[in-house]
Design a protein around this ligand. Sequence first.
Ligand SMILES: Nc1ncnc2c1ncn2[C@@H]1O[C@H](COP(=O)(O)OP(=O)(O)OP(=O)(O)O)[C@@H](O)[C@H]1O
Ligand SMILES: [Mg+2]
Length: 357
Amino acid sequence: MNWDDTTDTDATGERLVGPVADHEDQAVEAALRPKDLGEFIGQEKVREQLDLVLRAARARGATADHVLLSGAPGLGKTTLSMIIAAEMEAPIRITSGPAIQHAGDLAAILSSLQEGEVLFLDEIHRMSRPAEEMLYMAMEDFRVDVIVGKGPGATAIPLELPPFTLVGATTRAGLLPPPLRDRFGFTAHMEFYEPAELERVVHRSASLLDVEIDTDGAAEIAGRSRGTPRIANRLLRRVRDYAQVKADGRITRDIAAAALAVYEVDARGLDRLDRSVLEALLKLFGGGPVGLSTLAVAVGEERETVEEVAEPFLVREGLLARTPRGRVATPAAWAHLGLAPPRSQTPGNGQGDLFGT
Ligand SMILES: Nc1ncnc2c1ncn2[C@@H]1O[C@H](COP(=O)(O)OP(=O)(O)OP(=O)(O)O)[C@@H](O)[C@H]1O
Ligand SMILES: [Mg+2]
């Protein structure tokens, strides 16, 4: 899976349907975060399992096991980490992999933790190697070796730590070294949300933002949100603006559809970039196969933009396939753009793997 390829790409930040938080998201998200497990929508399995882990720890009067949260941007990892702390009635310390470049940075944080505190380590896959090794020992034995001095005279002073719960978050679980992964007592894989779940997210956020919205309006926004609560919340804010300026502030299906047409987010959540890639593939190359570079030139974008920003969602939606011979449109792509596939692409032309045998 490479839905997470977009994590480090700047271009995603400017897109209305990009998964990574932009400045406005960062400012408003805190207000929209569910505060406990009961309020957290969807992710049934994760919620059920986490509920057991936390309940059991509470019953034992112990600190909860270390938890690893993995999943695409905007699915609720930071939110869950805060919920874990709230459910454990423990304070939370927030830091991230990139902020910890030296083992000393980590030692300073670890040695100042209180008993039972939750340490949230975001983007844990981006921590430096020496810090990672220190973390192994801290997670397992609640102990670190602080190195004092340099060169041959350097000595390691062992330091006991109070028991704490590490909550690691990563968009790329595959990049975590196995010894680190193995030290988590519980790993939660966050999945993309179902439209019905996103509908509940939209209703919940609308009520917190004091926006009036009906069932169809929420469904319309949910359907365009790419399985991602962050995007649902962002689209809701843009639709709210439109409803206030162009109507009486109430969000209905028509208002939502009209607003998102202005922002060029289509019924399936594709934006202009996604559509132009798909359109080029269908109209210029007859549905492919066509090489990535050729496709990128045709839409006037960088190769990386097409590959990392547009394609992951198109692949996930089953609209485009990456094959050894190049990019190929699926029947769903033709249907989505309302075009008829050329005769040579109907079943029986040797593309049985894509078009059914
Ligand atoms: N299950 C949920 N129910 C309701 N709202 C949610 C849920 N999950 C996420 N959200 C909302 O989506 C927004 C983004 O969630 P969050 O910041 O936790 O994502 P993340 O996984 O940490 O993303 P990133 O990888 O970019 O750090 C939050 O403001 C939160 O309100
Ligand atoms: Mg986060």
